[in-house]
Design a protein around this ligand. Structure first.
Ligand SMILES: C[S@@+](CC[C@H](N)C(=O)[O-])C[C@H]1O[C@@H](n2cnc3c(N)ncnc32)[C@H](O)[C@@H]1O
Length: 451
């Protein structure tokens, strides 16, 4: 098999990223944007030792779950892997992905709840991080085409933006920014030569306020005052930041962030908890699904007589403040300093400063000594995609908290970590939440009880 070969295939399974999978000449072939049961003529794009990638040349038999996507960039842009699939089918694909990961890794036949749908299927995304480029002389922003660093412009200077996922209002900010970039003749970053100034635009919407951060390959941003004037004229309530990132890296934000206009952190409210969030602090991307998860975790803590809760990988600690209503002591562990600063301010503003202890550091170092001193405790784990460090899991097995709630955006690392805990814990429930409709991403919550 080689790149360029064409085959007629039938899709007989679904891959981790929601793509169709076919078997051809002993190779497993991954074909994005195809669905189970579909038949297609495909062209091989890349061949590895035992597997290959292909693209559809002609669809011969379409699945009933295939729909006309509401965005004409669906088959070019890397932002949405599932926009061509009915929403009900997306939820089932995600449930199956989670089940397959757990069953395969843990060697069990696990019951997985139906995926909880997002109340907002479109315009749910409260944050965008757009690489900026210039194409045909115009500034453009958008997601990369799959497996490339070529921007597919979902927003072109002077034209109406198209992305259906962004929260209402974000597109307007992007459009004003791109127009200003062209009018001010500011260069954009080119990866190959590592030259040019503007790399990314990061916009986060909190309530009706916007945090707008321009990532630059330089020390200062010229003409930013005219951008402030334009955003003010358009009646946006916002803070403007510049983040300096001169490194040759895929990490978007740099180490140094300067506030050019507005507040250092943007204030908002979630489930009655008032918070302020800085540029570097993490926030869940879908407000309504976030609130569903936080409410459920809060209820578990309310219903159980729990003295101590550890909110590991806490971010700014909105959940910690919900837990503080029911538990005697809450310990929040978070590695990003700015998030911990936000968290301490948040606990104070919500009258929980005495109850919540923030620990700034790596969970792998901070959790083991903490948990060994606590009894009647419950641990909430909400790590980044790479999952928990082995030291975290080992300390849990040693201290044996009564319950563990594991929230994860990566079913593969979630299954790996849960397998490690299964000798001493049993799975109470597994619930996928659709935090990221139309994309391959899945949020999952697993409740574990000590045997
Ligand atoms: C998926 S987020 C969850 C945040 C929070 N629970 C929430 O719902 O907003 C993961 C958080 O873990 C933090 N983090 C990443 N690695 C860490 C580590 N080794 N130790 C502690 N915190 C870490 C990140 O900065 C981020 O705030």
């Amino acid at each position: 098999m080689k790149a360029g070969d064409k085959f007629t295939v039938e899709i007989n399974s679904v891959g981790m990223d929601g793509e169709g999978v076919a078997r051809v000449e002993g190779f497993v072939v991954f074909i994005p944007k195809t669905l189970l049961g579909e038949q297609a003529v495909v062209e091989i794009t890349q061949v590895k030792k035992s597997f290959a990638f292909a693209k559809v040349i002609k669809l011969l038999k379409a699945s009933e779950a295939r729909i006309q996507p509401p965005c004409d960039l669906c088959f070019k842009c890397g932002g949405c892997e599932m926009l061509h699939i009915s929403y009900e089918a997306q939820l089932e694909i995600k449930r199956n992905t989670v089940k397959n990961c757990i069953d395969r890794e843990c060697g069990i036949d696990c019951f997985v709840d139906d995926t909880v749908a997002s109340p907002d299927v479109y315009n749910y995304r409260n944050k965008v991080q757009l690489p900026i480029s210039r194409q045909n002389g115009k500034a453009v922003g958008g997601y990369f085409a799959p497996n490339t660093h070529i921007v597919v412009p979902s927003s072109v200077c002077g034209e109406k933006g198209k992305c259906v996922l962004n929260a209402n209002g974000i597109q307007g900010v992007v459009d004003i920014f791109l127009k200003w970039l062209d009018e001010s003749n500011i260069s954009v970053y080119e990866e190959k030569s590592r030259s040019g100034l503007v790399r990314h635009l990061v916009v986060r919407k909190i309530g009706e306020k916007y945090s707008i951060c321009i990532v630059i390959n330089g020390d200062s941003l010229p003409h930013y005052k005219t951008l402030i004037d334009k955003l003010k004229k358009a009646d946006y309530e916002f803070s403007l930041y510049v983040s300096v990132n001169k490194k040759n890296t895929n990490v978007i934000l740099g180490d140094k962030t300067v506030c050019l206009y507005g507040e250092n952190s943007i204030t908002g409210e979630a489930l009655g908890v008032r918070f302020g969030v800085s540029v570097l602090s993490f926030m869940q991307i879908n407000d309504k699904v976030r609130d569903m998860i936080y409410t459920r975790v809060g209820k578990i803590i309310e219903e159980n007589d729990i003295s101590n809760v550890i909110d590991a990988y806490s971010g700014i600690g909105i959940m910690s403040n919900i837990f503080a209503k029911y538990a005697k002591n809450v310990y929040a562990i978070e590695i990003v300093e700015d998030a911990v600063k936000d968290g301490i301010a948040l606990a104070k503003a919500n009258g929980n400063a005495d109850k919540i202890k923030f620990i700034c550091g790596d969970c792998a170092r901070e959790l083991p000594p903490l948990i060994s001193t606590l009894d009647k405790s419950l641990v909430v784990l909400d790590p980044p995609r790479k999952g928990c460090d082995l030291r975290v899991l080992e300390s849990l097995l040693k201290a044996k908290p009564t319950e563990i709630i594991y929230i994860s955006c990566n079913p593969a690392t979630l299954a790996r970590d849960v397998k490690f805990l299964l000798n001493d814990y049993e799975i109470q429930s597994v619930t996928p939440y659709d935090m990221f409709p139309h994309t391959k991403h899945i949020e999952t919550m697993i409740c574990l009880k000590r045997k």
